[in-house]
Write a protein that binds this ligand. Structure first.
Ligand code: ZN
Length: 201
């Protein structure tokens, strides 16, 4: 990659580029997330928002169809959207969390278990099962909105082990970018709160 381009990414103007989401400055210099494989490319916040909003929109469908909890996920590689999925646990599979469904769809599309180079956007911090699956799928980075504790307090049967703790203890290479579009993701949970009939699991 041209040296001046790299210097631009690594230079001190990152904060100016992403004033609202400083955490994405790290992603900008750490990810293969552009259209040139293997080359460090910047991640535009605009795109990150778009992907997370797809996950939110997908999760919103569960407020009407209640196939599962208010959780969505989106997997992207090199600006190609591979999957957008929601939680479908209530269709009789406890493992059908949004992230697992998204991983299965993306793997099917790429015809491989190996999702290296992918980024997963999850409306809520993945549970230990899903963080484990993200690690096993070799996904490069995880961007999430609300935290596990915000879901646990709503009565879901969460194991409250933070992804950062699992990453540290398991020495996982998955990069974690927490609390992205947190307010929008939290609104999703609040809408869920206001439902008259809801099934916790
Ligand atoms: Zn999960």
């Amino acid at each position: 990659m041209p040296g001046n381009l790299l210097a631009q990414f690594l230079g001190g103007d990152g904060a100016a580029r992403f004033p609202t989401y400083p955490v994405l400055n790290l992603m900008a210099v750490g990810q293969r997330h552009g259209n040139i494989r293997g080359v460090v490319m910047p991640v535009e916040v605009r795109l990150c928002k778009k992907y997370m909003k797809l996950a939110v929109k997908e999760a919103l469908r569960n407020l009407e169809e209640t196939h599962g909890g208010p959780f969505g996920a989106c997997i992207v590689r090199e600006e190609r959207i591979l999957s957008v999925a929601r939680n479908t646990v209530l269709k009789q599979d406890a493992t059908s969390h949004a992230e697992i469904n998204a991983i299965r769809d993306a793997s099917k599309k790429l015809k491989t278990f190996d999702l290296s180079g992918c980024v997963i956007y999850s409306t809520t911090e993945p549970c230990p099962m899903c963080f484990g699956a993200i690690h096993w799928a070799k996904i490069d980075a995880l961007v999430y909105g609300t935290s596990i504790s915000e879901v646990k307090m709503r009565g879901f049967n969460e194991l409250t082990i933070a992804n950062s703790v699992m990453k540290r203890l398991g020495k996982s290479q998955v990069k974690i970018f927490p609390h992205f579009l947190r307010d929008e993701c939290r609104q999703l949970l609040e809408k869920w709160d206001s439902l008259e009939k809801k099934c916790l699991y």
